[in-house]
Each structure stands twice: as structure tokens, then as C-alpha cells.
Design a protein around this ligand. Structure first.
Ligand SMILES: [Fe+2]
Ligand SMILES: [Fe+2]
Length: 397
């Protein structure tokens, strides 16, 4: 990796306050170059490349508000109102019956984000000993403050992902050609609004922190919002972002001791399981029967590149900049993140949900399997897809 071998000789002679931004810029640039260099399919480079430039290089998500994205998708209307997708109609009925009121969550619970007795995340989540090699010893109070930062960072990224989901669900509802899908899609728009509401309320009223959107997450949201093709929006949001979010939410649900957060996540997970299910139903037939082999291959390559971006999304650079940028390099920080047991579990949970769904919609052919194997993801190939898992199965209760 280029960025793990920075020209130390060049940087050594500059004062710390000068080298820090230079190091950061070089590291970020080499990450963007690596992402682009990896894309072997020119069609993927054409669609994902501009989003990667806006997200990773220009950092559009961190340049103030508003962020404006243009989508050229077509609104698809049908005046015959066909009952065309029975499985989506069933999901629509389940979604209506499964609506919940966010005000019913136990908001009265007093949350101390730095409490060692009721921790947001267990201390074992992140092996601070690895960071302490560079940063010196952290006091018990600093460790709890660090837990607070990590939890707020994660929940901030969940919130940003939910905003993307809210807007993507609205776009998909317009552009999808299944009439039962439009009715179902409307329930998802409502679900996502509620998710934005509860994550924001939790961050504002309980944690008092909000981190900026992570550049990799911004890149993915930008890519699917600006692609005019309905199935790319579906693939990006319903399968990739939501599939990974489902894993991330259920993992956080499992490790947190904070009762309000636990209940909030359980409710969100039930909704998300329906959303991913909808994505699988909508894409399975389309990818397997309606696309040409060349079109299917493009989607397969796109999904792999997005998987890589999502894997890198959990490097928590925003937390690093706040805590450790003065005492360790980004490469050293990546070592710390890779050694963190909680973040390893996070990656495992996320991809164990995603890979079986990619298999079910026909985007894990023998052609792409070696690429997934090379990044250690093929071990999830035989896992259960979302159709086989209800919310109870997802939460393991
Ligand atoms: Fe959501
Ligand atoms: Fe969702």
C-alpha cells in the first residue's frame, strides 16, 4: 500500500503542524488513487469514479450545506394499477402492521455516555493498548471518553446513512416499475424518516455529539443518488448500504448495555429486514432474467467495488483526527482499527449479512468469487439470505 510507506525523509524535516496536513492529504490522495486504480471495469470507473472524486478528494460531504445531487431518473407511472408483485404486496401489509411510534421509546432514560457501569460499548471493543504504543497511557476517564467518541461516530454514520436511505427510497418509489413496489416503497420512506428522527434525537439529546459524514459513505450515497438507473439505486441502497447497516445495527444491539439504544436499534432492525427483503425480491428476477450478461457483469463489478469502499468506511478517521492525529500516522491508526476486536466483529457481521444476498440476486458468479475470496469474504457465501431470516433470527432472540 503506497500510503503505508510515505516519503518519511521528505516529511521529517518539516515542523509537526506543517507535516500533519501534508501527511493527511498524501494519504487521502493515495486512498482515492487506490480506489480508482482498482476499478478494472471502465463502466464502473465511469459511474463510481466521479462520486469517488467528489467524496474522497473534494470531500463534498464536509464542505457545509447544502449538498446538491442531480439524478436523471424517470418517474414511472401506471394508470392500470396492476397487482404485479404478490411478495411485495405481502411486505406492504407487513410494513403497515409493523409501524411504530418513535415517541413510544423510553426517552426518559438518563444516558451517561461515559458511564463505566452502563457502557455504550464495552471497553474490549477497541484494544487501546495498541493505540497506547503511540499515544501513551490513557487514563480510565479518557478511555470512557474515547468510548463516547466511537459510539457517537458510529451513530452519526448510521444517521447519515439513514438520510441517504430516506432520499433513495423516495427516488426508488418514483422510478420502480412495479405497482406493488410503489405502495411498499411509500412505507419505506416513512420508516426511513423515523430512523433519521430517532438516531438524530439520540445523538442530540443523549450523546451531545454529531460527526461529519464519512467520505466513503458519502461516495456511495452520491453514486446511487446520481445514477439514473432504478436498479442501481436498488442495488446501492437496498442491498449494499442497508444490508451492511443491518449487520452493523444488530452487532451494536448485541454489545451495548444502554437500554434506550438497545430498544431503538431493535425497532430499526425490524424495519431494515423488510427493506433488504424488498431489494432482494425486486432485483432477483431482474438480474437473473432481464439483464444481458454484460449488464449483469457491470453490476457484479460495481457491487464488489462498493463492498471495498464499505469495508474501508469503518476506519473512523474522524475519531483519529480528534484523538490521535498529533501522535500517530494514519497507517499506524489503521493498525489500531484492524486490531480492534469490536470492529472486526462489526466487519464480520456486516458482510455475513451482505454476501448471501449478493448470491441470491445473482451477483456472485464464479467469475467474481476469487475477488471476494482475496479480501476474505467468501466464507460468508453459504450464510442465510434475508428471506430466511426474520427480525427474530437477525437479533438471535
Ligand atoms: Fe433505515
Ligand atoms: Fe432502510
Amino acid at each position: 500500500m503506497i500510503r503505508d510507506h510515505l516519503p518519511e525523509e521528505l516529511l521529517r524535516h518539516l515542523p509537526g503542524q506543517v507535516t500533519r496536513p501534508v501527511r493527511r492529504a498524501v494519504d487521502e490522495l493515495s486512498e482515492a488513487v487506490e480506489v480508482a486504480a482498482h476499478m478494472r471495469d471502465p463502466r464502473v470507473l465511469r459511474t463510481l469514479g466521479p462520486s469517488a472524486a467528489r467524496g474522497l478528494l473534494l470531500k463534498r460531504g464536509k464542505q457545509g450545506v447544502p449538498t446538491l445531487m442531480h439524478s436523471g431518473h424517470q418517474a414511472h407511472l401506471d394508470w392500470t394499477y396492476p397487482h404485479d408483485q404478490p411478495e411485495m404486496a405481502t411486505l406492504y401489509r407487513r410494513a403497515k402492521a409493523g409501524q411504530w411510534d418513535s415517541d413510544d421509546l423510553p426517552w426518559h432514560i438518563d444516558v451517561d455516555p461515559e458511564s463505566p457501569e452502563v457502557p455504550l460499548l464495552p471497553l474490549s471493543f477497541f484494544d487501546v493498548a495498541v493505540a497506547e504504543r503511540y499515544a501513551g497511557k490513557l487514563s480510565p476517564a479518557e478511555r470512557q471518553r474515547f468510548v463516547h467518541s466511537m459510539a457517537a461516530w458510529m451513530l452519526s454514520q448510521f444517521l447519515h446513512g439513514e438520510q441517504g436511505a430516506l432520499l433513495a427510497a423516495a427516488q426508488v418509489t418514483e422510478s420502480v416499475q412495479f405497482f406493488d413496489g410503489k405502495l411498499y416503497g411509500a412505507t419505506q420512506v416513512m420508516d426511513e424518516a423515523r430512523h433519521v428522527e430517532v438516531f438524530l434525537r439520540y445523538l442530540e439529546s443523549k450523546l451531545g455529539r454529531l460527526y461529519q459524514v464519512n467520505d466513503n459513505l458519502f461516495t456511495i450515497i452520491d453514486a446511487l443518488m446520481t445514477d439514473a438507473r432504478w436498479d442501481m439505486k436498488f442495488l446501492g441502497m437496498q442491498i449494499m448500504v442497508e444490508g451492511l447497516a443491518l449487520g452493523a445495527f444488530s452487532m451494536l444491539w448485541e454489545v451495548t448495555s444502554e437500554p434506550l439504544l438497545k430498544e431503538l436499534l431493535a425497532n430499526v432492525i425490524r424495519d431494515e429486514a423488510r427493506h433488504v427483503h424488498y431489494g432482494v425480491v425486486a432485483l432477483q428476477k431482474h438480474f437473473r432474467e432481464e439483464l444481458s450478461e454484460s449488464e449483469r457483469r457491470e453490476r457484479e463489478d460495481w457491487a464488489f467495488e462498493v463492498s471495498l469502499l464499505m469495508r474501508n468506511r469503518f476506519m473512523m478517521y474522524e475519531v483519529y483526527e480528534e484523538w490521535f492525529e498529533h501522535c500517530m500516522t494514519r497507517a499506524q491508526w489503521r493498525e489500531c482499527v484492524k486490531a480492534a476486536p469490536g470492529l472486526e466483529l462489526f466487519r464480520t457481521r456486516m458482510f455475513s449479512r451482505l454476501v448471501p444476498n449478493l448470491r441470491d440476486i445473482g451477483l456472485l458468479s464464479e467469475r467474481i468469487m476469487p475477488a471476494y475470496a482475496s479480501i476474505g469474504l467468501m466464507r460468508y457465501f453459504d450464510g442465510a439470505g434475508v428471506r430466511e431470516l426474520d427480525a427474530k433470527g437477525l437479533l438471535g432472540i
